[in-house]
Design a protein around this ligand. Structure first.
Ligand SMILES: [Zn+2]
Length: 199
């Protein structure tokens, strides 16, 4: 009989907080960790503590980085007149690694999703607007994923910033509908950026 303060039960409950991890997966992972050698298990536990200690949110683009402002926002060689708006930090890694884009980013940390109860106020859209209002930005490339939620979010952002003196573009279709930027190959992603259209 497993009681509530059983360490294995506790680990299972903690693992269930992770996205996509239900009871069965949490159980499998927990027993795997129990069977691991101490050094490996501590490696996982220390890595979690280390990201919480060392990674912060950039106060300009809202990417996760070790410094604030992040290396991209503080790089004088980047084109600071163009901002690529993306859903989450993984998309930044994809665009940065797979394309020759040299502008700046703005990480929304999600998309508008009524089903999941995520409204525009949960995202960094006001912050984007304020960034544009501070001046110096010529183009906003909206690179949310070509999913239903990604399109709704792109449309919403366009409406919110349409009064400002800035060109608003959307990455080209030709990327698969319902796709996820993170999984595009570099050529598709580069073409999507190069063939962006006016919004
Ligand atoms: Zn930044």
């Amino acid at each position: 009989m497993i009681s509530n303060n059983d360490p294995i039960k506790k680990l299972i409950d903690e693992l269930k907080r992770l996205p996509g991890v239900g009871e069965k997966t949490a159980q499998r992972l927990a027993y795997f960790i129990v069977a691991m050698n101490r050094r490996d298990a501590e490696g996982i536990s220390n890595a979690i503590v280390e990201v919480k200690d060392k990674i912060r949110v950039c106060s300009i683009c809202y990417n996760f980085e070790r410094s604030d402002p992040c290396p991209i926002c503080s790089d004088p060689k980047r084109d600071n007149t163009t901002i690529c708006v993306i859903e989450d930090p993984r998309d930044l890694v994809a665009v940065e690694g797979g394309t020759s884009f040299k502008g700046l980013y703005h990480v929304l940390h999600g998309v508008i999703s009524p089903i999941s109860g995520i409204g525009p106020d949960e995202l960094r859209i006001d912050e984007l607007k304020r960034r544009i209002e501070r001046g110096g930005i010529r183009e906003i490339i909206i690179a949310t994923n070509p999913t239903k939620e990604g399109e709704i979010t792109a449309r919403y952002i366009q409406e919110r910033i349409s009064g400002l003196d800035v060109r608003i573009t959307r990455i080209a279709q030709g990327v698969p509908a319902g796709g996820d930027l993170e999984y595009f190959d570099p050529q598709t992603l580069s073409a999507a950026l190069a063939n962006r259209r006016e919004l």
